[in-house]
Design a protein around this ligand. Structure first.
Ligand SMILES: Cc1cc2nc3c(=O)[nH]c(=O)nc-3n(C[C@H](O)[C@H](O)[C@H](O)COP(=O)(O)O)c2cc1C
Length: 198
């Protein structure tokens, strides 16, 4: 099956380190792999309203930012969350996008969960810290979300940098970017599911 990558940019500034790193990784994708890039700051999503236990969620119209994101998500085989690390997790824009997935799970006839199963979630992130393990909560958010939806998880490509362009000095990140999307993406598992596997 031909792959279609959706890159969801979640920074609060344009052309920042996260996008630079994501574009370096995306350059390595074969030509036949489709790429679509959506910047959440250009498609501002409404606050998520939790109607799950009151009424059905309605499918958003395709001419709204939310409908555009839903259509693009459903069309992708691979979803790349390209959010900087903000307070050790994803940005608010990105989190709002993920919150809307909870509404999409409740749209009658959409079968969002079944349709996401088997697709692959990836993360790309810049952070100011040089100690990459501080981004463990970020990686955990994406890994657990993928596990909940029975998706594959390709991990998170991390690069260090504070001001825009800094990440291009992180030679380790640039090296990892070259092979990131070529790595195997196993079915995501919650930590408690793998704790006893070793
Ligand atoms: C609101 C906010 C929160 C941040 N939180 C963290 C953090 O928890 N850890 C960290 O190392 N860097 C943090 N940073 C620094 C950014 O991750 C860093 O500047 C990164 O390069 C921004 O990515 P961008 O250029 O793609 O926007 C934060 C920056 C902002 C604006």
């Amino acid at each position: 099956m031909s792959r279609r990558f959706l890159f969801v940019l979640g920074s609060a500034r344009a052309e920042g380190n996260t996008e630079l790193l994501a574009r370096r990784a995306a350059e390595q994708l074969p030509d036949e792999v489709e790429q679509r890039w959506i910047d959440l700051s250009e498609q501002p999503l409404p606050d998520f309203e939790d109607l799950r236990h009151d009424s059905d969620h309605v499918r958003p119209s395709s001419d709204t930012p939310l409908g555009l994101l839903l259509d693009a998500t459903l069309a992708a085989t691979d979803i790349v969350i390209a959010s900087p690390v903000y307070w050790y997790s994803v940005s608010a824009q990105t989190k709002r996008f993920l919150d809307h997935w909870s509404g999409w799970l409740r749209i009658p006839g959409l079968d969002f969960k079944a349709r996401m199963a088997g697709r692959t979630l990836w993360g790309v992130a810049a952070l100011a810290d040089e100690e990459l393990s501080v981004a463990d909560p970020y990686a955990g958010t994406l890994r657990n979300s993928a596990a909940y939806l029975e998706m594959r998880f390709g991990g998170v490509l991390l690069g260090s940098g504070s001001k825009p362009g800094d990440v291009l000095n992180d030679t380790g990140a640039l090296t990892r970017a070259k092979t990131f999307f070529a790595e195997e993406a196993p079915l995501a598992r919650f930590p408690h599911e793998t704790a006893h596997a070793a």
